[in-house]
Design a protein around this ligand. Sequence first.
Ligand SMILES: Nc1ncnc2c1ncn2[C@@H]1O[C@H](COP(=O)(O)OP(=O)(O)OP(=O)(O)O)[C@@H](O)[C@H]1O
Ligand SMILES: [Mg+2]
Length: 225
Amino acid sequence: MIEFIDVYKIYENGTKALKGINLKIDEGEFVFVRGASGAGKSTLVKLLLHEEKPSAGEVIVNGYYVSKMTRQEVPYLRRTMGVVFQDFRLIPNMTAFENVAFAMRATGARRRDIRRRVPYVLGLVGLAGKARSHPSQLSGGEQQRVSLARALVNNPSIIVADEPTGNIDPNLTFEVMEMLDEINRRGTTIVMVTHDTTIVERYAYHRIVTIDGGEIAEDLPGSNV
Ligand SMILES: Nc1ncnc2c1ncn2[C@@H]1O[C@H](COP(=O)(O)OP(=O)(O)OP(=O)(O)O)[C@@H](O)[C@H]1O
Ligand SMILES: [Mg+2]
C-alpha cells in the first residue's frame, strides 16, 4: 500500500515540485501518473523509492513511514519494490541472465535459488531464449523486458515504472504494456509514469492520476475493479 499525506517537495534551489499531494494506492492497483514535463511526476517516483525525502508531509510505502525510517532501513523498503526506467539501465557487459541475477545477488540470494529463479522470470517476460544475449544484441523492447525481469526477480509487491516506454519503438510499446498488464493481473501493484496519451487511452480501464504544477489535477478511477 502506498500513501502520500499532504506531501510537499521543495528542492534546495527553491523549486516547488510537489505542493500538497494526497494520494492512496491500494494493493493490486494499476495507476498511470501523467502530466506535462516538469509537473512533478519523477519527483513523486523519487519519494516513493525514498531517493528523496519530502519537505513536508508523510509518505508511507508497504508500512514504511519515510519520516521514521533510518538510512539502514531504505534497502529493505527498496526490496519490496521493482523499478523500471526509461533508459533501461542494464549493465552492457553482462548478459540478460547476469543482469537479472545481479539484482537477486544484491539481496544475498543463494546461487541455487538464482539459477532457478532467473530463467523463470526471463520466461515470464518471454525472453527464455535470450538469456545469453547482451543488451546490445537485443531490441529496445527486449531490453526493456530484461529490465522488467530484473524488477520482478525479487518478487516485489509494487513495480514503479517511470516512462518505461519512452525510449522504445512505438510498435514495441504494446508488448511492454501487455507485460505490465499481465504482471498486474498476477497481483502486483503498478505505478507507471507516462506521457503517452495513446497508451493511456488504450488502457483507460486503469486509474489515471494527472499531476499539474505539483498538484493532483485529476484522479480518474479505473474500471476493472
Ligand atoms: N534535483 C532537483 N533540483 C531542483 N529542481 C528539480 C530537481 N529535480 C526536479 N526539479 C524540478 O522540479 C520540477 C518537477 O520535476 P520532475 O522531474 O518531477 O518533473 P516530471 O513531471 O518528471 O517531468 P518530465 O516529464 O520532464 O520527466 C521541475 O520544475 C524540475 O525542474
Ligand atoms: Mg520525469
